[in-house]
Write a protein that binds this ligand. Structure first.
Ligand code: ADP
Ligand code: GLC
Length: 474
């Protein structure tokens, strides 16, 4: 079974969020299921600079304004195809944004090129390798199932939604430039209220739609969460499934993690916690240390946590946040760290620090308004940093709330709260303080958390089964 993963991010090469971790981990996880997955990525400068030996496997003399080549190579343990298209990718700034902020005006074409090349590989093969299935991630891979169909590629296709909030819109008059077939321009095709939507193209033309948790799959069929595409999700209900993300248990392994010196959980957490207290100058005390590692956007609910901080810190709770994003939220967290003893914030992006936080934290907080899956609560489970999460999406599917029944049955792994309001979050933090004071119950919750499976095992098997159901006999 040959599968081509079509993605705009892939750890450890290029990452802005959890999509990169998932795309980076899938090939190894699927290899264990007998699936040969290769990955196609845009040739961003950071990737081009790291290329060693490559082979040109496909060429296009003129694609969206310039020549394009697909290069095959191996990098960071991945079998890669890199789309070399300097006119689209050789730019300063982030992978989606201009250095001065805001999307590149031609983002639709930049990622349509990725999808076009992937579709051609499915149609023609490249250097003798032709995928049975295209596995497309988020709007950046959304046109691939449509292009593949237009080319008569015959390959099966899976569209995975990591975040329905991003549609990849383009003005209607770009449909010629984007090489969208005329038959796709209608409300049951790529049209979304008079615009082109790359994500909708994927949802309409892929054989199967997945998202990264069963709860988010259900939520996406509702108005509150569907971001205008809930009708499409309902119409395609039979093609939709939710497959939970796993984490890379080698990268996130408390026994071997190079970011921390000693870790014998749950009691041995003491050393990592003490290191955290020192690193962030936190007050000494018996109260729990709760950590946050997150993009700072409205999705993540960290404005609600700001509101809940004074009460939590007033009762001996301590909080360390690592994150970056919205200016307003960055400023809010800087101010909270300045004014409230027991609150620290590092505004920035720092992988090693994220490991130290998860290792030293007693709890990890994820108060998201919506969360397709979420990864930091999974890291928390593995390292005995008890997750306190909003009851939504993948958060609801991965954490067992410490309610009375779960405590009696001895199965609780964390805390859930709903609705996603500052009041409900505050109440959850009160519960956290109370549970943490009872060392016996707390130790049991930590043990349960650490025993909860967070690897890719069952989910990789679920993807493999899905591919089998739609693979072409290429
Ligand atoms: P999302 O993809 O919506 O951002 P996830 O929880 O799925 O949310 O994935 C976020 C990933 O990015 C995790 O691996 C998390 O550790 C990492 N991350 C987010 N912000 C930072 C940061 N400031 N420093 C280091 N890692 C971060
Ligand atoms: C998205 C979601 C997050 C998910 C990640 C990987 O960015 O916001 O919940 O874990 O993709 O699937």
């Amino acid at each position: 079974m040959r599968v081509l993963s079509v993605t705009s991010e892939c750890a450890p090469l290029v990452k802005t969020g959890g999509l990169a971790d998932v795309a980076g981990a899938l090939p190894a996880a699927l290899a264990r299921e007998g699936v040969e997955m290769r990955t196609i990525l845009p040739g961003y400068p950071a990737i081009m600079a790291r290329l060693g030996e490559t082979k040109v496997v496909l060429e296009d003399a003129g694609l969206f304004g310039g020549p394009v080549r697909a290069l095959s190579t191996q990098l960071a343990g991945l079998d890669l195809y890199v789309v070399d298209a300097p006119h689209l990718y050789d730019r300063p700034g982030g992978i989606y944004l201009r250095p001065e902020g805001g999307d590149w005006w031609d983002n639709p074409e930049r990622f349509a090129a990725l999808s076009w090349v992937a579709a051609r590989m499915a149609a023609e093969g490249a250097d003798g390798w032709r995928p049975h299935v295209l596995h497309c991630h988020d709007w950046q891979g959304g046109f691939a199932p449509l292009y593949a169909r237009a080319m008569g590629a015959g390959a099966g296709s899976v569209m995975t939604i990591h975040n329905m909030a991003f549609h990849g819109p383009a003005p209607a008059d770009r449909r010629g430039t984007l090489r969208l077939p005329g038959w796709s321009w209608h409300p049951d095709g790529v049209e979304f209220y008079g615009h082109i939507s790359a994500l909708k193209a994927g949802l309409m033309y892929a054989d199967r739609i997945t998202t990264v948790s069963p709860s988010y799959a259900r939520e996406l069929m509702t108005r509150d969460f569907g971001m205008g595409l809930d009708g499409v999700m309902r119409a395609r209900r039979d093609a939709v499934s939710g497959i939970l993300n796993g984490i890379d248990t080698d990268v996130w392994n408390p026994a071997t993690d190079p970011a921390i010196e000693t870790f014998e959980a749950p009691t041995g957490k003491a050393a990592a916690r003490a290191a955290l207290v020192e690193e962030f100058g936190l007050p000494q005390g018996d109260g729990p240390i709760a950590v946050v590692i997150s993009r700072l956007t409205a999705q993540k609910g960290l404005d609600l946590l700001l509101q809940a901080l004074p009460r939590f810190a007033g009762q001996g709770g301590r909080v360390v946040l690592l994150g970056s994003g919205d200016r307003g939220l960055e400023d809010g967290w800087r101010a909270a760290a300045h004014h409230l003893p027991g609150v620290a914030a590092h505004i920035g992006y720092d992988e090693a620090m994220s490991h130290r936080l998860i290792a030293g934290g007693d709890a990890v907080l994820v108060p998201s308004r919506f969360e397709p899956c979420g990864l930091t609560q999974l890291y928390g489970l593995r390292y005995g940093a008890v997750p306190v999460v909003a009851r939504t999406g993948g958060l609801a599917d991965t954490v067992i709330d410490a309610n009375d029944a779960a405590l009696k049955a001895g199965v609780a792994t964390g805390l859930q709260f709903a609705p996603v309001t500052a009041e409900a979050l505050s109440a959850a933090l009160d519960r956290l303080l109370e549970l943490h004071r009872d060392s016996e119950i707390w130790a049991q919750i930590c043990r349960n958390a650490m025993a909860h499976p967070v690897d890719w095992g069952t989910s990789a098997a679920a993807y493999a089964a899905l591919y089998k159901g739609i693979a072409s006999d290429t």
